[in-house]
Design a protein around this ligand. Structure first.
Ligand SMILES: Nc1ncnc2c1ncn2[C@@H]1O[C@H](COP(=O)(O)OP(=O)(O)OP(=O)(O)O)[C@@H](O)[C@H]1O
Ligand SMILES: [Mg+2]
Length: 256
């Protein structure tokens, strides 16, 4: 069974950036096969990784629904609707050089999120046996983890900014992780975008108050910001950049 690692945290703290760098790290260390999962409806893990995605699970679901509404015969003769849907959903797997990427995406209209969430669950469960690692980028909060969208989570990387209030938000998420009894073997806190990579004593105190395990501090790095602004994949920042060195140190220390 694959080892599943999920990134979580509040909005805009750097989950997708760190997730992309983790996928790249596993591939560089030849730890594959790796399945990267973008479970954020507002998907952008592919941009961080520098990969084109043609179809998301949400797009395919929309396609099938539209064809049904227009009474178009899209299902080849002799194929059941379920088999056709399954065949189409396999199209959502993008094969990059060193890993595969599955993007949940979204569908139009209200009440559709449960559907794509459910789709993601079945697709991840279907593929799990083929991979050594499944790395999941999540939207802000704990929605996917709390709904049990992932069959199993072994490692949770909680990401926070370096503010006191940011750490408090991460602390509440860590309490929820305990309450939800997700069964993760390792839950670690990463503080991202810290000026000079240092933490204020007040922030350290707050981390201790919530009993979180700090596994690393990542500095704010203008190169990451510049790459993002220029539309260059964040994972391609040089390996000797402060942010890459910091995340690699963190990943080296994980029990995988
Ligand atoms: N260490 C860093 N130094 C400088 N900029 C960073 C760093 N980490 C992330 N960023 C930038 O911060 C912004 C938000 O990062 P990212 O998209 O990874 O956050 P997120 O937590 O995934 O956001 P969301 O909740 O919207 O999914 C991006 O512009 C990214 O390039
Ligand atoms: Mg993100």
């Amino acid at each position: 069974m694959a080892h599943t690692i999920a990134l979580a945290g509040k909005g805009g703290v750097g989950k997708t950036t760190i997730c992309g760098m983790f996928i790249e790290y596993l591939c560089e260390k030849k730890q594959g096969p790796v399945l990267a999962v973008d479970a954020d409806a507002n998907s952008n893990l592919n941009e961080v990784l520098g990969v084109e995605v043609e179809e998301t699970l949400g797009d395919i679901r929309e396609d099938i629904a539209r064809a049904e509404m227009a009474s178009q015969q899209v299902i080849p003769a002799g194929m059941t609707k379920a088999d056709y849907a399954e065949m189409r959903f396999s199209d959502a797997l993008t094969e990059a050089d060193d890993y595969d990427l599955l993007v949940m995406g979204r569908t139009q209209g209200k009440g559709c999120y449960c559907f794509v969430n459910g789709l993601l669950t079945t697709q991840v469960a279907k593929y799990a046996k083929n991979y050594r690692y499944i790395v999941v980028d999540n939207e802000a909060g704990l929605e996917h983890l709390s709904r049990g969208v992932l069959p199993q989570v072994d490692t949770i990387l909680l990401v926070s900014d370096c503010s006191r209030r940011g750490v408090q938000a991460a602390g509440r998420l860590s309490e929820m992780i305990v309450d939800l009894k997700l069964g993760a073997k390792e839950v670690g806190l990463i503080i991202n975008r810290a000026p000079k990579g240092e933490l204020n004593p007040g922030v350290k105190e707050e981390i201790e108050k919530y009993g979180m395990r700090l596994i690393g501090v990542v500095p704010h790095d203008d190169t990451v910001y510049a790459y993002d602004a220029e539309g260059k994949p964040s994972v391609t920042v040089p390996n000797d950049s402060p942010v890459k060195q910091a995340v690699h140190r963190i990943f080296d220390g994980l029990t995988l």
